[in-house]
Design a protein around this ligand. Structure first.
Ligand code: SF4
Length: 170
């Protein structure tokens, strides 16, 4: 495997999400090793994504950022649609990354994780501690991209739902 040179400007919210959930999954994603073809959870997730908030404008792209949708009230609100609130850490950091990147362009925004199936939403706001952590995360992602081999499997309950389960555990 050729080691990947990833620039900071190429880091995406999905990479930050994977970093928080599993660094091995992040490495597979960066190296475009794709196992999504027969994972029912991903199909269900896509359906929820496509059928929820149909009236809102979908997938706003801004350089390396992709928002599920944006509302511009007194303040900009960015929304990320998720299938389940059971594993929120990755999605929260994906939104923190978007808010931080916007902040660096002097755009203050609020973020919301939304769970259409559960009719729930969660407010995500930046603070200095998270900003410091994001600085470290982006540098760590660049280092993981350079590795010639993936990090070791983590073997957590989440693995059973992961598209790479067979690759990691069998
Ligand atoms: S199966 Fe587990 S260790 Fe392997 S990539 Fe998925 S989450 Fe990571």
């Amino acid at each position: 495997m050729i080691n990947m040179i990833l620039k900071e400007s190429e880091i995406t919210g999905v990479m930050v999400q994977y970093f928080k959930v599993c660094k091995r999954e992040l490495w597979f994603y960066i190296n475009q090793i794709n196992m999504n073809y027969d994972n029912d959870d991903i199909e269900i997730g896509k359906l929820i994504h496509e059928n929820s908030y149909k009236r809102e404008k979908k997938e706003i792209r801004l350089e390396n950022l992709v928002f599920d949708f944006v509302k511009n009230k007194n303040e900009i609100e960015i929304y990320e649609i998720k299938k389940s609130s059971k594993l929120t850490i990755g999605g929260s950091y994906q939104l923190y990354f978007y808010l931080w990147t916007l902040k660096k362009s002097n755009i203050n925004a609020k973020g919301y994780l939304v769970y259409p199936k559960e009719k729930k939403k969660k407010l995500i706001e930046l603070n200095n501690e998270i900003i410091n952590e994001l600085n470290e995360i982006t540098q760590d992602i660049i280092e993981i991209a350079k590795q010639k081999k993936p990090p070791k499997p983590i073997n957590k309950p989440y693995c059973k739902k992961c598209t790479y389960y067979e690759l990691c555990m069998i």
